[in-house]
Design a protein around this ligand. Structure first.
Ligand SMILES: [Zn+2]
Length: 74
C-alpha cells in the first residue's frame, strides 16, 4: 500500500488510493479538504481581479499552493 501525505496539512491519507481522495497539483499531493480550501481561496482572489489573465491565474495558483505548504494550511 502506498502512503500518501498531504503537502499542506501533512496528514496521512489512509484511503487515498482506493477513495481517490487526494489530488495532485504542481507536484504536490493534497487531500480533499485542503483542495477545497485552496480552490475557495483562489476563487476569491480571482473574482477580485479585473481583467483576468491566464499567466496571472497560474501564478496565483502556484503562490497560494507554495504558501499553504509552508504554513501548513491554506
Ligand atoms: Zn490536507
Amino acid at each position: 500500500m502506498i502512503m500518501v501525505y498531504c503537502d499542506i496539512c501533512k496528514k496521512k491519507m489512509d484511503n487515498a488510493m482506493t477513495d481517490r481522495s487526494f489530488f495532485y497539483y504542481a507536484n504536490r499531493s493534497i487531500c480533499e479538504p485542503c483542495k477545497d480550501n485552496l480552490e475557495f481561496n483562489i476563487k476569491t482572489q480571482i473574482r477580485a481581479k479585473e481583467p483576468f489573465a491566464m499567466d496571472w491565474y497560474q501564478k496565483v495558483m502556484r503562490d497560494t499552493l507554495d504558501r499553504a505548504c509552508q504554513k501548513g494550511r491554506v
